[in-house]
Design a protein around this ligand. Structure first.
Ligand code: FES
Length: 115
């Protein structure tokens, strides 16, 4: 079974307080990082509403981010929607000194392989 991998995505100094930063785990996986009150959160940059790459540009309030397109709002700790109808994917983050790592989950199997 594939194990998740920790990937270094940036330095802590690159993360602005209370503004999103976009990074890529691979060619297909775009992640939005947020540094709020000293804690780094990683969520998908792709808003589940219309699959737009907008979350890093979202509006932050407390520990939530609102998509700038139509306002779907998510809890950055859990990805649960506050406003909207779908959950935002979250990623585990490890900060080691000035290095920020995001856990890349194993590749998802196509549905036909799960049967
Ligand atoms: S695309 Fe994000 S709320 Fe519509």
């Amino acid at each position: 079974m594939d194990q998740p991998q920790l990937l270094r995505v940036c330095s802590l100094r690159e993360l602005s307080s209370r503004r999103g930063t976009r990074v890529w785990l691979d060619d297909d996986t775009e992640v939005a990082l947020f540094r709020i009150d000293g804690v780094v959160y990683a969520v998908s940059n792709i808003c589940p509403h219309q699959h737009a790459p907008t979350i890093a540009d979202g509006f932050i309030e407390d520990c939530t981010v609102a998509c700038p397109l139509h306002g779907w709002t998510y809890d950055l700790r859990t990805g649960q929607p506050i406003i909207g109808g779908a959950r935002l994917k979250t990623y585990n983050v490890v900060v080691d000194g000035d290095d920020v790592f995001v856990e890349q989950p194993p590749p998802e199997k196509p549905r036909w392989m799960l049967w």
